[in-house]
Design a protein around this ligand. Structure first.
Ligand SMILES: Nc1ncnc2c1ncn2[C@@H]1O[C@H](COP(=O)(O)OP(=O)(O)OP(=O)(O)O)[C@@H](O)[C@H]1O
Ligand SMILES: [Mg+2]
Length: 252
């Protein structure tokens, strides 16, 4: 038979165990929703004898489905940060985790695999292949990733971005806004978990900027992807869940 003391002890014990379980669950949930984590990241460039410190002690966590804008003056390190997160540049020191994987530990091939599958990058200059048509530019990404029906999937995506009538045009036969829409279609063709956009409207007029930002934010909302966007446009920055300012290579 249980004594009153034993009963109190077992109730207290049960309470402790269930509380511990709840805490573990909360930690797990918090941890699960983290998409990207930068820990004391530094980036230095060597030019001649000089070492230029471009990014200093960057700590950043972004969550799944979160949209984040990066603002800051020219030369503050915004593009460098995008390049690091996209695995196009290597950190001089510090750790970068993407989907729980430490990408700073991986070799170039391994990083490139993750990028192709999970990260879509959009630049200010569209970087389309000049002798490929709109549809070929998008289909190439799908082909390289061995996806079925690359051409019909590419057509579908371009159609979604209002380019049904421009499928067979070369980049030189497209307007700036149209070229950027092709570049966005290419970047998201693999349905990446994270989209990195470096001043995607920087080369566009107001009308096209508005259209591109609508396309981008609608897509992110519909597909539940995360977005990190570098922009000088405060209206665009205000559309994101969170704004980060970089001053002289440091997050403020
Ligand atoms: N490959 C490189 N070698 C040496 N220095 C570099 C290199 N790339 C960038 N930098 C320097 O790093 C600093 C940050 O450059 P970054 O391109 O990240 O700036 P940014 O914030 O994107 O500027 P902008 O708004 O003009 O695009 C600049 O001072 C730049 O000169
Ligand atoms: Mg830049």
């Amino acid at each position: 038979m249980l004594s009153p003391n034993n009963t109190i002890f077992s109730i207290a014990y049960e309470f402790m165990v269930s509380r511990q379980r709840a805490i573990i669950l909360i930690i797990k949930l918090l941890y699960m929703s983290v998409l990207l984590k930068l820990k004391k990241v530094n980036l230095k460039y060597k030019t001649g004898k000089d070492n230029i410190s471009v990014l200093n002690n960057i700590n950043l966590i972004t969550k799944k489905k979160e949209t984040v804008s990066i603002v800051g003056e020219s030369g503050s390190g915004k593009t460098s940060l995008i390049m690091l997160v996209g695995g196009l540049e290597r950190a001089t020191s510090g750790k970068i985790f993407f989907q729980d994987q430490e990408i700073t530990k991986l070799n170039e091939d391994q990083v490139s695999k993750i990028r192709k599958k999970s990260i879509g990058i959009i630049f200010q200059s569209f970087y389309l292949i000049p002798n490929y048509t709109a549809v070929e530019n998008v289909a190439l990404t799908l082909e390289l990733n061995k996806l079925k029906n690359p051409e019909s999937n590419a057509k579908e995506l371009l159609d979604r971005f209002g380019l049904k009538h421009r499928l067979n045009n070369l980049p030189s036969q497209l307007s700036g806004g149209e070229q950027q829409r092709v570049a966005i279609a290419r970047a998201i063709a693999m349905k990446p978990e994270l989209i990195l956009a470096d001043e995607p409207t920087g080369n566009l007029d107001t009308e096209n900027s508005i259209m591109i930002s609508k396309i981008l934010f609608n897509y992110v909302k519909e597909e539940g992807s995360s977005l990190i966007i570098v922009t000088h446009d405060s209206k665009l920055a205000n559309k994101t869940d969170r704004k980060i300012k970089i001053i002289d290579g440091k997050i403020k």
